[in-house]
Design a protein around this ligand. Structure first.
Ligand code: C2E
Ligand code: MG
Ligand code: MG
Ligand code: MG
Length: 294
C-alpha cells in the first residue's frame, strides 16, 4: 500500500510493527482456539472486604488465559485483541457462563453468599445481547440475579456505539443486577452521569490508592470521592490496597470496602474455598498474622 512505501521515518519502525502484527495475528487465532476448546481459559477470584471488620463483601472474577506456549497472558494484553477482532462477545459470554456456573456451585453449597462481580466490556453492550444471555444463564443454573454484579468502566458509559446506555443499564438493574463503575476517576466523563445512571457502587481506581497517604492530591481525591459517594448513597470499594498504611488511612477516611493484595490476590476457585473458613463467617484462614486487627 501507499503507506508502506512512505517516508523514511516510517520505514524505521516497520519491522517492529510487523512483528507485533504477526504475533498478534497468531494470538488472535490462538484465542479463537482457546474459545472453541475452553480449557485454556479460567476465572480467578479476588475477594472484597468491609474495612470495619474485614468480612467478605464481594468477589471479583478475573479472566485468565493459559496459553499453551506463552504461558499465562494477562487480560490487559488479550482483551484489547479480542475487542479489535470481534471476539469480545463470545469471550464475554464465556465469562458470564463460567462465573454463573461457579456461582451456582457456591449457591448450592451455601457458601460465599456475597455478590460475584464480573467485568463487562463495551463490546458486549454494542454487539451482544448481554441482557438475554445473562437471563438465560441465570435461569439455567437457578441463581438469583442479585448474586451477579456487573462492573463497567467509565469508558463504556462514554462509548456512544453502545447506544443510549441508560435504558440498557436500567434493564440490567431491573433484572436484579448491581452495577459498579470500575476504575472510577480515570475516565473523562462528567460526574453528572452519576445522577442519571443506575449505579450502585464506585470502584476507586488503584492509581489513587497507590501513593496513599503521602500523596496530598491522591488523599484529597480519595476523600472527595468518599464524601460524594456518601451523599449519593453509593457503595465504594478502593482498589489495589497493598499495604497496612493504605488500609489504615482508608479506614480513617471512612472508606467502606477494599480490594487488593493485602487481603488476597486473585486465586482459583478451589484455593479461594480452601482459604476461607466458612464457620467463622468469612474470617480469613491463616492470614490473621498478616492482617492486623482493625
Ligand atoms: P480491573 O477490573 O480493574 O481488575 C483489577 C485488576 O487489578 C486485576 O488485574 C487485579 O489482579 C489487579 N489487582 C487487584 N488488587 C491489586 C493490588 O493490590 N495491586 C495491584 N498492583 N494490582 C491489583 P488483572 O486480573 O490483570 O485484570 C486487568 C484488567 O483486565 C481488569 O481490571 C479488567 O479491566 C480486565 N478484565 C479482567 N477480566 C475481565 C473479564 O472477564 N472481562 C473483561 N471485559 N475485562 C476483564
Ligand atoms: Mg473490575
Ligand atoms: Mg478496576
Ligand atoms: Mg483498576
Amino acid at each position: 500500500s501507499a503507506k508502506r512505501h512512505g517516508r523514511n521515518h516510517d520505514q524505521r519502525f516497520r519491522p517492529s510493527l510487523d512483528m507485533v502484527g504477526s504475533r498478534q495475528l497468531g494470538l488472535v487465532n490462538d484465542l479463537r482456539t482457546a474459545l472453541a476448546k475452553g480449557d485454556q481459559l479460567e476465572l480467578h477470584y479476588q475477594t472484597q472486604h468491609y474495612l470495619e471488620d474485614g468480612t467478605m463483601s464481594g468477589i471479583e472474577a478475573l479472566l485468565r488465559w493459559r496459553h499453551p506456549e506463552h504461558g499465562m497472558i494477562s487480560p490487559g494484553d488479550f482483551i484489547p485483541i479480542a475487542e479489535r477482532h470481534g471476539l469480545m462477545v463470545p469471550l464475554g459470554n464465556w465469562v458470564v457462563d463460567n462465573a454463573i456456573a461457579q456461582l451456582a456451585k457456591w449457591h448450592q453449597a451455601d457458601i460465599f453468599s456475597v455478590p460475584l462481580w464480573i467485568n463487562i466490556s463495551a463490546m458486549q453492550l454494542i454487539q451482544g445481547d448481554i441482557e438475554s444471555h445473562l437471563t438465560a444463564a441465570l435461569k439455567h443454573h437457578g441463581v438469583p440475579a442479585w448474586k451477579l454484579g456487573l462492573e463497567l468502566t467509565e469508558s463504556v458509559l462514554l462509548d456512544d456505539r453502545a447506544g443510549d446506555i441508560y435504558p440498557r443499564m436500567e434493564t440490567l438493574q431491573n433484572l436484579g443486577h448491581q452495577i459498579a463503575i470500575d476504575d472510577f476517576g480515570t475516565g473523562y466523563s462528567s460526574l453528572s452521569y452519576l445522577k442519571r445512571l443506575p449505579v450502585d457502587k464506585l470502584k476507586l481506581d488503584r492509581a489513587f490508592v497507590r501513593h496513599l497517604p503521602d500523596d496530598r492530591e491522591d488523599a484529597a481525591i480519595t476523600g472527595a470521592v468518599l464524601t460524594m459517594a456518601r451523599g449519593l448513597d453509593l457503595e465504594v470499594v478502593a482498589e489495589g490496597v497493598e499495604t497496612e498504611t493504605q488500609r489504615r488511612f482508608l479506614l480513617q477516611q471512612g472508606c467502606p470496602q477494599v480490594q487488593g493484595f493485602l487481603f488476597s490476590r486473585p486465586v482459583a476457585a478451589d484455593e479461594l474455598e480452601a482459604r476461607w473458613n466458612q464457620e467463622a463467617l468469612y474470617a480469613p484462614v491463616g492470614i490473621d498474622e498478616s492482617t492486623p486487627t482493625v
